[in-house]
Design a protein around this ligand. Structure first.
Ligand SMILES: NC(=O)c1ccc[n+]([C@@H]2O[C@H](COP(=O)([O-])OP(=O)(O)OC[C@H]3O[C@@H](n4cnc5c(N)ncnc54)[C@H](O)[C@@H]3O)[C@@H](O)[C@H]2O)c1
Length: 346
């Protein structure tokens, strides 16, 4: 393992980017050199307040930040000269326009799930394919829902228990801070086509997954809920299925018997646990309701969309830069630094 810290930039300091920035700061083998964005409002002022070096992602953004009295360290191009890798968390479609810029600067880059697999040619979930990302120039951390699918179905597959899986995803309408201007209300909207994109997207990480997903959007902001029906490769006991989930990283158990009965109660518990922003990085799987009947398993889980991809992004930084060759070691290191667990309370 190298002794020099990996120098990292975050471009796009929004819902995902600000969490990635904080998670980088929590790692002892990484240095957050700076964050870049195009806004000049409270969002980027908070970054200044935290002591982060702030850069303008475009020349206009630099000017606007300066005009707004924000202390700007320079432009994104200047930032790129000082880093080994950039985590791009700009919005869908914006991000793809940045790849050439990163390549020209000779900087490795990590994109998020809003981008297509074809942009990077590699899609990443640490527990499934860390090794194939080693030394690459670019990867994409798959979306929140896809990450959860790869974690859970990957766990069953690794235990030799998975034949095929069918899942229904109840998606949040919008992120909480955007609910003044976006999101459906008082309705549930089924996606127009089946499968929804998350099943095929999971196959970009584990190509031989037999998976179909159906998604609906519901009128809440409190994260996503998945309900799965899985055909196992053989009849199994409930304990065997639970053990498979327990063996995999970043799956933790919610217990209805202890009052963890809904999306909102989980979020309250995360806040009470003192987690940053009340984040849940784990898949929160309801232990009580896991049901196994012969060669079929049924279960529900919660995906906290705003945070689940953050530990994966930290591992992607280690994989691309090669500072840690062993995926399990990187996962353990990230999880220790953040406080990822498999039991929320004992
Ligand atoms: N929000 C989620 O729940 C979630 C979960 C998983 C993955 N993702 C993915 O993460 C990525 C970012 O999503 P988000 O929710 O954080 O978006 P966001 O809108 O919250 O944040 C995007 C940030 O990028 C900034 N930005 C816009 N144009 C820019 C430019 N040209 N250069 C630099 N910065 C620019 C915006 O000002 C904003 O601060 C997307 O690919 C998304 O699909 C989002």
């Amino acid at each position: 393992m190298s002794t020099r810290k990996v120098r990292v930039a975050v471009n796009g300091y929004g819902v995902i980017g600000k969490r990635i920035a904080d998670a980088i700061v929590a790692q002892d083998d990484m240095e957050l050199v700076g964050v870049a964005d195009v806004v000049s409002d409270w969002r980027i002022r908070v970054a200044v307040e935290k002591g982060y070096q702030v850069f303008g992602s475009t020349p206009e953004a630099v000017d606007q930040m300066r005009a707004a009295g924000i202390t700007v360290a320079g432009s994104l191009d200047g930032l790129l000269k000082r880093v080994d890798v950039v985590a791009d968390a700009t919005p869908k479609k914006v991000a793809e326009t940045n790849l050439q810029r990163y390549r020209a600067a000779g900087v490795k880059s990590i994109f998020q799930g809003g981008e297509k697999h074809s942009l990077t040619g590699h899609s990443f979930v640490a527990q499934a394919n860390y090794a194939t990302a080693l030394g690459r120039d670019v990867t994409r951390v798959v979306s929140c829902n896809t990450t959860s699918i790869v974690r859970t179905l990957g766990a069953l597959k690794d235990a030799g228990l998975l034949k095929r899986a069918r899942g229904v995803l109840v998606r949040r309408a919008t992120d909480p801070w955007e609910s003044d201007h976006s999101g459906v209300m008082n309705t549930v909207v089924p996606e127009k086509s089946i499968p929804s994109h998350q099943g095929p997207d999971a196959q970009t990480v584990i190509p031989d997954l037999d998976v179909v997903t159906i998604a609906v959007v519901a009128a809440h902001t409190t994260s996503h809920l998945h309900a799965w029906s899985v055909e196992l490769s053989r009849p199994a006991t409930r304990d065997e299925v639970l053990a498979a989930f327990r063996t995999a990283p970043r799956i933790a158990f919610l217990k209805a018997a202890q009052g963890m009965v809904a999306l909102n109660t989980t979020l309250e518990m995360m806040a009470d646990l003192g987690r940053p922003r009340g984040d849940m990085w784990e898949v929160g799987l309801w232990e009580d309701s896991l049901m196994v009947m012969g060669n079929e398993a049924f279960y529900t889980y919660q995906v906290y969309n705003q945070a689940i991809v953050v530990p994966e992004t930290i591992d992607a930084i280690r994989a691309l830069t090669g500072v840690e060759k062993d995926g399990a070691a990187s996962i353990a290191k990230t999880d220790r630094a953040l406080g990822v667990t498999c039991e929320f309370v004992v």
